[in-house]
Design a protein around this ligand. Structure first.
Ligand code: NI
Length: 161
């Protein structure tokens, strides 16, 4: 898939999924599918954390030589922010508009930065899909990986997206 097609799909996914998520009631979104699993509120919270961390990465990568990114302890982040006690429409809308901005950031990253090969990276540690530390990585790779992770969690919540 071309990068342009990835971004079109990303934008359509944000619009369609946010509408479907907003049709859940607050109680439905707070309910757990299984003991120890995240509720929909916590999953969207996790996606907000992913958006905010990757926002930093997408911008910082354009201003630095390497692609060494800070990680975050995802379960602790979800717990610390009490996503279960947050308003469902607020969470979904925050997720939606944050991601529409990220689509804008991805679309406008200069191609030379987006495709520049970076020998020093830690995508094998912070990325969602497997990447070899021995191979150079690009910012586009990180952006595609971000969208892949987002769609993976939406499938958990909504089925096929
Ligand atoms: Ni995740």
């Amino acid at each position: 898939m071309t990068f342009e097609a990835v971004l079109e799909d990303f934008t359509r996914t944000i619009e369609e999924s946010s509408a479907r998520l907003l049709s859940l009631t607050d109680a439905e979104a707070a309910g757990r599918r299984a003991e120890g699993k995240w509720s929909a509120k916590e999953l969207v919270g996790h996606l907000i954390d992913s958006a905010s961390n990757n926002h930093q990465r997408f911008v910082r990568a354009q201003l630095s030589e390497d692609l060494v990114c800070q990680g975050y302890a995802q379960d602790e982040w979800v717990r610390a922010q009490k996503y279960d006690a947050a308003s469902w429409p607020l969470l979904v809308n925050l997720w939606k508009f944050y991601n529409l901005h990220l689509a804008h950031v991805c679309r406008h990253a200069p191609e030379r930065e987006r495709l520049r090969e970076r020998r020093r990276h830690n995508l094998h540690e912070v990325g969602w899909a497997e990447v070899s530390p021995a191979e150079p990585a690009t910012l586009e790779h990180l952006m595609r990986d971000y969208v892949g992770h987002l769609k993976h969690h939406l499938r958990q919540m909504l089925g096929e997206v």
